[in-house]
Design a protein around this ligand. Sequence first.
Ligand code: GDP
Length: 322
Amino acid sequence: MRKRALITGVAGQDGTYLTELLLGKGYEVFGITGPDSGDFLQRAEDSGGALHSVTADLTDMESLLAAVEVARPDEVYNFAAQSSVGNSWSEAIATTDVNAMGVLRILEAIRQLAPEARLFQASSAEMFGNAAEMPQSETTRLHPQSPYAASKAYAFQVVGSYRDSYGMHVSNGIMFNHESPLRGLQFVTRKITDGVARIKLGLADELVLGNLDAQRDWGFAGDYVEAMWLMLQQQRPDDYVIASGEVHTVREFCAAAFTYLGLDYERYVRSDPRFVRPVDVHVFYGDASKAREVLGWEPRVRFAELVHMMVDADMERLSAKA
Ligand code: GDP
C-alpha cells in the first residue's frame, strides 16, 4: 500500500525538499499551506494525483481534525511555524500560538483520529540558547532565550510527554540551522547570498547586517529532510540532534560568498545596530553522533558547497532582473 504523509508548512523550504523526497519514494502527500503557498498549488496540480493541498491552520483545532481525517496519514511532518527568531519579539503571542499550542493541537488531532500515525516535530537548536556545553547534544540542558525558542521548547517537551503518556510514535529533530536556495530572505544566509548577487549585478552597493560575529552550524536543508524521514522509519520514536558539526561566523559566510564572486566583503558589508537582536545566541554547534549511529545519517553538502549553491541560485534568479 502506498504510504500517506501529511506535511504542515509544506510550501516552505523544508516542506518543499521533503515533498520531493517522499514523492520520489512513492508516497501520497497531503500538504497544508499557510497564506503564502508559493507554487505549491501548481505543483499539486501537476503531480498526477500524488500531491494534494489541504486547508488547515495550526491555530484552529477543527481544521486540523478535518485535515487528519482527509489525509488519513501514516506519517505527519510538522514544519508550520513562525520561523524567524528575529521577528519573535514583535510577534511573541502569535509565535507561541502557532509554534507551541499548534503542536499540542496536532498531537491531539493525531491522538484522537490517527493514533498509529508517526509524527516528526521540527524542534530547534534555539532551545539551547547560549549553552554552557559545546557541542550541543540531545542531553544538553534547554535554555531558551527568545519567544521563539521558548515556544519551541514547549513543543519539544509536549511531544516527549505524548510519547511517554500514550506510547505514540512521535519524534523530535533538534534541527540546527539548515539553509538552501529556498531559505527565506529574512535569514542571514539568504540575505547574504541575495545581497552579494545584487552587488555583483549592480543592483545594490552595500549589504547591511547585524551581528557579524555570531557563529552557526549551517547545513543543507536537502540533507536534513532525509534525517527526518529516517526518524519515522525507526521502530522506536526518539529525539535526535541534526547538525553539520561545523561552525562558522556570519563574517566567514560573507567572506565565502563575496570571494566566490571575486569581491572583497569588507568593502560592502556593514553592521548596523538595527539588525542586532535584544539577545543573540552567539554559537550553535551540534553533535549529531546519535543520528549518525542510530539512523546512519550523514550530511553530504559541506559549508563551501552550500554557500556556492546559494550564491549561484541568487545570481541566476537576479540576472534576469539586471
Ligand atoms: P537563527 O539562527 O535561526 O536566528 O537564523 P538567522 O539566519 O536569522 O540568524 C543567524 C545569526 O545571524 C544570528 O546570530 C543573527 O543575529 C545573525 N545576523 C547578523 N546579521 C543578521 C541579519 O541581518 N539578519 C539576520 N536574520 N540575522 C543576522
